[in-house]
Ligand binder design. Structure first.
Ligand SMILES: NC(=O)c1ccc[n+]([C@@H]2O[C@H](COP(=O)([O-])OP(=O)(O)OC[C@H]3O[C@@H](n4cnc5c(N)ncnc54)[C@H](O)[C@@H]3O)[C@@H](O)[C@H]2O)c1
Length: 352
């Protein structure tokens, strides 16, 4: 590969402007952003002008025809991820794609088939794994400090922060509400701390309690009630093959003091809370409280995630967030929704 890593951006909305491009890609040495694509040509052109990007497209298939592009960064609404991921892999590009990688296991399996046809890297953009505290907790957990984790509580709940754009609230674009949007972050991070025990069965419930009404004012402003077609709250209970269990909650709107984005892992040696780093344990009948501290000198999670992606490409390393892990994250989220629809527990197959 050339020394300069040439990148194309697919989707040029909020997360590209707010995190992926700057500080993200601009913080990685020897990278050139050569193309920007968006179905909204105005958005793509504006980004290209602001950041000196030479090529603009409105169809990702045209962007993928550029031979010089080594990798694409896909930041479109969730339901548009799969066609562009598969087309990009088939065009020989490495792919970084925003979360949720897809909205069904069927789509993920199709991506895995595409991945098996190539020698490219596909990475899910789970930036929460790359924050300084997450890296520190993971290193601590990997020493065996938790012991066997028998239960975990995972929360991604907001009081009144509902993302208003159609890409989030229109099921045709988003594929789901807070469970897919933010539950995915806390779930992925917790499973990563636990080295991905295999989920086997899930029960879940999804509600639309407040989003169709006008009682709760949105922190990001108003949204189109007629377009809103996803849940505003979901909860799930997950059983793993090793006997461990997990309770998951995700919401955009609910009566609570403030956002709760956290995971508590209960192990037989100690418990840990993310992201506070507080742990609780016992030694020789003495109760012990402590705190895992972040490692110094890391950049924001999104930037570290992009650095890891570029490093994997350049140095022939495995994907920093591989599809073999993401498939179980999506399977759990999908099963929560299915369980709610069917009013029964849903089994998760072995995808190996
Ligand atoms: N990791 C995070 O912290 C985080 C935060 C926000 C969003 N996201 C994810 O990033 C993705 C994009 O979110 P956003 O906030 O930037 O949304 P956004 O609505 O601001 O931008 C999405 C852009 O994609 C464009 N688009 C739609 N269909 C397209 C297509 N077929 N081809 C090319 N462009 C297309 C839209 O016109 C829009 O400009 C979503 O998957 C979302 O879940 C992640």
């Amino acid at each position: 590969m050339n020394k300069t890593l040439k990148v194309g951006l697919i989707g040029t909305g909020g997360i590209v402007r707010g995190a992926h491009l700057k500080p993200g890609w601009l913080a990685v040495p020897d990278v050139e952003i050569v193309a920007a694509c968006d179905v909204n040509e105005k958005a793509a052109r504006a980004l290209a002008t602001d950041f000196n990007i030479p090529h603009v497209f409105t169809d990702f298939r045209d962007l993928l025809k550029l031979d010089e592009i080594d990798a694409v960064d896909i930041c479109t609404p969730n339901k548009v991820h799969t066609p562009s991921v598969i087309a990009a892999l088939d065009a020989g590009k490495h792919v970084l794609c925003e979360k949720p990688l897809a909205v069904s296991t069927e789509e993920i399996l199709a991506m895995r088939d595409a991945l098996r046809r190539t020698d490219r890297i596909l990475m899910t953009a789970q930036h929460q794994r790359f924050t300084d505290i997450s890296v520190a907790i993971k290193a601590w957990a990997d020493t065996g400090a938790l012991g066997e984790v028998y239960h975990s509580r995972v929360n991604a709940t907001r009081r009144n922060w509902l993302p208003t754009s159609p890409g989030f609230i229109d099921p045709k674009l988003s594929g789901g509400g807070p469970c897919m949007d933010i539950g995915v972050h806390a779930l992925d991070t917790a499973l990563w701390f636990m080295n991905f025990p295999r989920p086997v069965r899930v029960s879940g419930r999804a509600h639309t309690n407040f989003a169709k009404g006008f009682d709760i004012p949105g922190g990001w402003g108003e949204w189109d009630r007629t377009l809103f077609g996803v849940e505003d709250f979901a909860s799930g209970y997950i059983h793993f093959a090793n006997g461990s269990t997990m309770a998951l909650e995700a919401s955009w709107l609910q009566h609570q003091e403030k956002e709760d984005f956290s995971a508590t892992l209960l192990g037989k040696k100690s418990s840990i809370q993310w992201p506070s780093g507080h742990f609780h344990s016992v030694s020789n009948r003495t109760l012990i409280d402590g705190k895992v501290l972040p490692h110094a000198m890391r950049q924001p999670g999104h930037t570290e995630e992009i650095i890891a992606f570029a490093d994997a490409i350049r140095n022939n390393k495995p994907s920093p967030v591989p599809i073999e892990q993401t498939i179980y994250v999506i399977a759990i989220l999908e099963a929560i929704m299915q369980s709610s629809l069917l009013n029964q527990e849903v089994l998760i197959p072995d995808f190996t």
